[in-house]
Ligand binder design. Sequence first.
Ligand SMILES: Cc1cc2nc3c(=O)[nH]c(=O)nc-3n(C[C@H](O)[C@H](O)[C@H](O)COP(=O)(O)OP(=O)(O)OC[C@H]3O[C@@H](n4cnc5c(N)ncnc54)[C@H](O)[C@@H]3O)c2cc1C
Ligand SMILES: NC(=O)c1ccc[n+]([C@@H]2O[C@H](COP(=O)([O-])OP(=O)(O)OC[C@H]3O[C@@H](n4cnc5c(N)ncnc54)[C@H](O)[C@@H]3O)[C@@H](O)[C@H]2O)c1
Length: 468
Amino acid sequence: MSDLEVDVVVIGAGPVGENVADRAHQQGLSAAVVEARLVGGECSYYACIPSKALLRPVDLYAATQRMPGVAEAVSGGVDVAAVLARRDAFAAEDDSGQADWLSGAGITLLRGHGRLAGERAVEVTHHDGTTTSVAARYVVVATGSTPAQPPIDGLDTVDAWTNQEATQVKEVPASLLILGGGVVGVEMATAFRRLGAQVTLVQHGERLIPGTEPEAGRRLQAALEADGVDVRLATSMTAVRRDGDEVVATLDDGSEIRGSELLVAAGRRPATSDLGVDTVGLEPGKPLDADESTTVLGDWLYAVGDASTGAKLTHMGKYQARICGDVVVARSRGQELGGRYSHHAATAEHTAVPQVIFTDPQVAAVGYTEAGARDAGLPVRAVSYEIGSVAGGSLHADGYDGFATIVVDTDRGVIVGATFVGQDVADMVHAATIAIVGEVPLERLWHVVPSFPTMSEVWLRLLETYGL
Ligand SMILES: Cc1cc2nc3c(=O)[nH]c(=O)nc-3n(C[C@H](O)[C@H](O)[C@H](O)COP(=O)(O)OP(=O)(O)OC[C@H]3O[C@@H](n4cnc5c(N)ncnc54)[C@H](O)[C@@H]3O)c2cc1C
Ligand SMILES: NC(=O)c1ccc[n+]([C@@H]2O[C@H](COP(=O)([O-])OP(=O)(O)OC[C@H]3O[C@@H](n4cnc5c(N)ncnc54)[C@H](O)[C@@H]3O)[C@@H](O)[C@H]2O)c1
């Protein structure tokens, strides 16, 4: 006999889990969410929100320094205490508001650690050691991810920072070593350097932000170095130790670097190790492999967000959540699922995943890179254009440094990928996302007239460069 019976139980109340529960509940199903820490998940307190709260002020300040007439009037750098206070206003570690929202929406919140206990069953261990057994028609895993810990001698002895300590920082350290030149590494390098720390970033690959167009990584590296970040590419840390107040890292060439703190930003692992997935025949510690409809097993087990094989981005997780909620509702009503581009298939996962990296320059990309498209066997041609060469770009900032690239499927005559690099390009990627998902032919895009003088005029130049 279970303590609680619901239609849907979601394990993990991050942005993704909350959305599944809400979507299903709004369409008439009863829903419960299990949360071990804070309602709102990693994104709200230790990832997207606090990191962007730290980055926006330093970005804005840097933009003023590129504008004659403003640079002279605004000087002296940002007020670090005020920046941290504003970050706290967005991301203080208090989930009462989000918990109230859940209960207001009619969704049951169970605080504790959830584990699968066989088919359609979840056992919750509360913080006081008591348990609640939940029986549900549908179980959704939305447990997110935890930082990867590379096998480096001494790493477990130096109190290295994860994204949690970095984004919740109370006092900016004099110096920071960053392990990893992916998205977390470059965003935190930008924030901490501009908040006053000396930053050394160690990346074992040949370039920063692998997975984006190579030129994006090169421009970003040049900008970080111009800011004073010490970027070490093709370098590995072999050992780390504490020496007084400092962390000392030994590099693979035998040299040593020192910093007040070490941030490990070397990727994420799905939080599926202590989840009881073995009770239903799945392997712990692996991302849960969900199909287009987010289904993992039978028609009762689903996975969404960072815990799944999908893209590890909040907006993509929330997209999967909307699909998952609608699939569960359809199945509960005995309805057939729709196909590609219905509410029941996460089609964009395969064609158009957008991402904005909030560095300076920003890197905003969607779909395939040129190399990625070729690897996928697509016949493509890519063209690029400097955003600073269109009137909107040159007016936006003196010496505007940035470019746009589109990757065109030459057989179908449609865009399959786009990248924008530069100051304030974040929102430009959405137009490209629409073009890719809508499979808008280049001939039709020719009639999509960009306003003058905006940076979007780069679209026209890209099409001309392509040959239209
Ligand atoms: C520094 C940083 C910055 C980022 N910035 C961005 C950004 O700008 N834009 C973007 O799109 N993405 C960003 N991301 C990625 C984004 O944070 C994740 O993709 C997103 O948080 C995934 O949401 P989720 O709900 O799947 O998981 P999470 O947000 O990790 O939430 C999972 C929740 O499940 C709970 N949980 C886990 N296991 C259990 C269990 N067994 N029982 C009960 N509860 C459990 C956890 O406590 C947590 O609250 C960033 C990531 C990092 C690290
Ligand atoms: N703005 C955003 O959208 C945003 C911001 C931050 C994080 N995120 C998401 O969070 C996730 C995690 O980000 P992340 O930066 O931790 O992972 P990542 O996979 O983006 O990058 C990890 C980097 O660490 C490097 N690395 C791994 N092991 C190393 C080692 N031993 N030595 C040196 N370098 C090493 C890798 O080469 C890689 O470049 C990503 O999926 C990312 O998309 C998104």
